[in-house]
Write a protein that binds this ligand. Sequence first.
Ligand SMILES: Nc1nc2c(ncn2[C@@H]2O[C@H](COP(=O)(O)OP(=O)(O)OP(=O)(O)O)[C@@H](O)[C@H]2O)c(=O)[nH]1
Ligand SMILES: O=C([O-])CC(=O)C(=O)O
Ligand SMILES: [Mn+2]
Length: 609
Amino acid sequence: MGHAPVQEHVEQAMTTHEGLASWVAEVAALTLPDTIRWVDGSAQEYAELTDQLVADGTLTRLNPELFPQSFAAFSDPKDVARVEGRTFICSEKERDAGFTNNWMEPTEMKAILNEKFAGSMRGRTMYVIPFVMGPLDAQDPKFGVEITDSAYVVTSMRIMANIGAEVLRAIEERQAFFVPALHSVGAPLAPGEKDVAWPCNEEKWIVHFPEERSIFSFGSGYGGNALLGKKCFALRIASVMARDEGWLAEHMLILKLTSPENKDYHVVAAFPSACGKTNLALLEPTIPGWKAQTLGDDINWMRFGKDGELRAVNPEAGLFGVAPGTGWSTNPNAMAAIAKGNSIFTNVALTDDGGVWWEGMTDEVPAHLTDWQGNSWTPDSETPAAHPNSRFCTPIDQVDMLSPDYFSPEGVEINAILFGGRRKTTIPLVTQARDWSHGIFMGSTLSSETTAAATGAVGVVRRDPMAMLPFIGYDAGDYLKHWIDLSAQGDQARLPQIFLVNWFRRNSSGGFAWPGFGENSRVLKWIIERIEGTAAAVETPIGFVPAEGSLDLNGLDVAASDLEDALKVDATEWESELAGIDEWYERFGDSLPAEMSAELSSLKARFSA
Ligand SMILES: Nc1nc2c(ncn2[C@@H]2O[C@H](COP(=O)(O)OP(=O)(O)OP(=O)(O)O)[C@@H](O)[C@H]2O)c(=O)[nH]1
Ligand SMILES: O=C([O-])CC(=O)C(=O)O
Ligand SMILES: [Mn+2]
């Protein structure tokens, strides 16, 4: 097996950062790995680790003529998505975790974790990955160190974050604080025991201690549970840092738009998992003269700049995108980035010539595939070839339309904030908020049908405030209050406009009423024109919707009835929506900000006026 001791690397287990040195020693003494390896982030190390993962059967090397330097991984069928039911925020007080999080008393949780991690790395290599979320030259770089017993995690973290020797040096030079993030697949090996391709544990624990800013993840190898820089740090822990330090950590894409008049705008959008962030982030506009560039597809850290403008940066270095539905016709920019190689795919299907395939990648379905579970697959098969939450993991700098501003530590000024979800009914294609407070209300009541990105039922409508339901690291009411209070820091005249969008409304025959994807540029154009005050709108109880003729439909082949279905504000649908919002707000109890209940009352009043 490939986990033969790599003794030479143990010698490097020295750091001049005392806290780091003692934490690594402490973890090793608890988890009992065979070897410790400090990850330097080099290309040579990556090649060595991927070779080892191929030898171990965890990775399959793809045909280099199709996907250079790329690999496919196939997980245990029980380890395919985030496990929200097993995710905990262990604040000192239960109240501070709020009703949206699982909570356990910290010392009780620590006792459980100690037991789980005891000996959990036996027979394995323990990797130490120094990383930084966001640019290393930021004013206050956010450091982390992930300790993991999974080489798949190391290779994926190298794509998703800035990792390695240079980061370690920066941590040492500053004697910086770092978020300790401990991960184990929870599958120790007995002496001589043969490993499996995807080790994991039936029991999973994804645990955050917000006051201490630490993360413990046990039992899963899947991205959102195991790449701890992403959801665990850059959203859950970062949201707590952001509350304390006066900024925002959000589940948002960042997109730059340039109008035919050559004016630049930046738009951020919060949609729940598997609801279209990566697709909008990599948008190819279908309307002439408009240009789109991306800055980020999943996570956005925002703060007010010195002139009271709201600025955004993407703390990630890669895309961890939903594969199904990503194709040359729907998302050519993602496909072109993937085609450059250097990618790790998880739970996609393999083509007979050593490439990958998933539902929606090409119009033509291959005659034969090996499905994500290793079975022979033909178009007659009853199950999908790729898992619905299969993923591509690709460096963001391979995206041709990446904005050069992605690399700027100051970030970009935001002109519009979009909230959106996957709703078959009720929510129109686009609605402009009446003002900032109403916009926060829209975000706070955001709802969406659940997807395969988390385990559990798919297609159930749930409230997902700011698309952060599984990621707010503290009390949800405090989180809304933070949004409200923080905006007082900004120049009120420069606050972004807020919009609610829904690409997923259905027509009477059950199909999508709006074509979506590149055609969403038409909605973005309307949004920009609303900011400029040039597009017409109709005021409705829920906000401003496009007036007839104000949405640019030039060259778009869409039935008038579909358009009507996409845009309508239906009083009957809103009656049950209001009841749903009532129920949702009741769950906040005392922590619901008064501003939000006032917004709900005005909304009801507008409906009954
Ligand atoms: N009908 C329709 N489907 C879309 C649209 N945009 C995205 N999708 C589909 O929605 C699914 C998820 O899209 P993504 O862009 O990957 O979602 P995401 O929000 O980035 O997901 P996470 O990475 O889980 O946070 C894919 O299957 C897409 O094909 C759209 O405008 N219309
Ligand atoms: O975290 C993950 O596994 C993938 C992701 O972006 C999400 O679910 O929002
Ligand atoms: Mn996401």
